[in-house]
Design a protein around this ligand. Structure first.
Ligand code: C2E
Ligand code: CA
Ligand code: CA
Ligand code: CA
Length: 279
C-alpha cells in the first residue's frame, strides 16, 4: 500500500512538472506570438431578424501558431489574462478591427459597427481609456463604429474603476453590449448605471428555445425587459431555423450564429458588406 502511495505521489509530481513546463512554454510562445503578431481576427455577422440584412459583426481572435495551426481564444485568452498579456493583446485586437474597418471603407462599402470583446482584467488598468482613444485617433475611426462586448460577470465585479471606465468610453461615443446575458445576476439598476446599449442573450438560452426543449420563458423575459428599457438585443449562437423562428416570434430584432454565418476572414466579410450573405 505504501509503495502505491509513493508511486502516486511520484506520478503526481511528474505530472505537475509536465504541466508547469507546458504552461511555461505556452507562456513563452504567447509572448513571441504577440511580438510577431501571429494573430488574426475573424468576423461573424449579426443579422436583422426580419430582413436578414447584416447590421453588425463581432471580431473574434485566433492565434495562428506556426506549428500547432489555428488556436481558438478559449485556449489562450485565460492565460493571457493571468500573465498580464491581455492588455497588449486587447490593443492589437482593437487596432486590427479599426484597420479592417478602414480597408472595408476604402473598398467603398457601407460599414456596420464592429464589436470587440473586452476581458474583465482589461478594466484593471486606468490607462485603458487613453489607449482606446489613441487607437481610434491614429486609425481615424468613428467611435460609433466600435462596440465593446463585456460579459455580464465582468460587469458584476462592479469595482468603481469599471463603472468609471465604462462611462468614459460611453462619453467617447463607443457603445456597450453585455455579453452572455442571463448567466449572471445583473439587476436593472446595473443596466442603467452602466448605460448599456445592447444585451446579448447567452447561447444556452437560445439553444433551449426550440420546440424540442423547454419553453422559451427566459428568452421571452429577457426580450420583454430589454424592450421596456429601450435596450437593443442580439441572440447569440443561433444554429437552427426552429430557434430563429421562436426568437423572431418573440420579437428579438438581431441574431448571430452558425445558421447565418460562421466567423470569417476580413476579406470575406468585406464581400458580405458588398453583396450581403448568400441565401
Ligand atoms: P463569446 O464572446 O461568447 O463569442 C461567441 C463564441 O461562440 C465564439 O467562439 C463564436 O465563434 C461562437 N459561435 C458563434 N456562433 C455560434 C453558434 O451558432 N454555435 C456555437 N456553438 N458557437 C457559436 P470563439 O471565437 O471560439 O470565442 C470564444 C470566446 O473567446 C468568446 O466568447 C470570447 O469570450 C473570447 N474572445 C474571442 N475573441 C476575443 C478577443 O479578441 N478578446 C477577448 N478578451 N476575448 C475574446
Ligand atoms: Ca462576445
Ligand atoms: Ca457571448
Ligand atoms: Ca461566451
Amino acid at each position: 500500500r505504501r509503495r502505491d502511495a509513493l508511486d502516486a505521489i511520484q506520478c503526481y509530481t511528474e505530472r505537475m512538472k509536465v504541466d508547469a513546463f507546458a504552461r511555461l512554454s505556452m507562456e513563452n510562445a504567447l509572448r513571441v506570438a504577440i511580438d510577431r503578431e501571429q494573430f488574426t481576427l475573424l468576423y461573424q455577422p449579426k443579422v436583422d431578424a426580419d430582413a436578414g440584412r447584416v447590421v453588425g459583426c463581432e471580431a473574434l481572435i485566433r492565434w495562428e501558431h506556426p506549428d500547432e495551426g489555428v488556436i481558438g481564444p478559449d485556449a489562450f485568452i485565460p492565460l493571457a489574462e493571468e500573465i498580464g498579456l491581455i492588455h497588449q493583446l486587447g490593443q492589437w485586437v482593437l487596432r486590427r478591427a479599426c484597420e479592417d474597418l478602414g480597408r472595408w471603407r476604402a473598398s467603398g462599402n457601407a460599414l456596420v459597427p464592429v464589436a470587440v470583446n473586452l476581458s474583465a482584467s482589461q478594466f484593471g488598468r486606468q490607462d485603458l481609456v487613453d489607449q482606446v482613444r489613441a487607437v481610434l485617433d491614429e486609425t481615424g475611426t468613428d467611435p460609433a463604429l466600435i462596440e465593446l462586448e463585456v460579459t455580464e460577470s465582468a460587469l458584476m465585479r462592479d469595482t468603481r474603476s469599471t463603472a468609471e471606465l465604462l462611462v468614459q468610453m460611453h462619453d467617447m461615443g463607443l457603445s456597450l453590449a453585455v455579453d452572455d446575458f442571463g448567466t449572471g445576476y445583473s439587476s436593472l439598476a446595473y443596466l442603467k448605471r452602466f448605460a448599456v446599449n445592447t444585451l446579448k442573450i447567452d447561447r444556452s438560452f437560445v439553444q433551449d428555445c426550440d420546440a424540442g426543449h423547454d419553453d422559451p420563458a427566459i428568452v421571452r423575459a429577457i426580450i420583454g425587459m430589454a424592450r421596456s428599457l429601450g435596450i437593443g438585443l442580439v441572440a447569440e449562437g443561433v444554429e437552427t431555423v426552429a430557434q430563429a423562428r421562436v426568437l423572431q416570434a418573440e420579437g428579438c430584432p438581431v441574431m448571430q450564429g452558425y445558421l447565418f454565418a460562421r466567423p470569417m476572414a476580413a476579406d470575406q466579410f468585406g464581400k458580405v458588406l458588398a453583396v450581403g450573405l448568400p441565401e
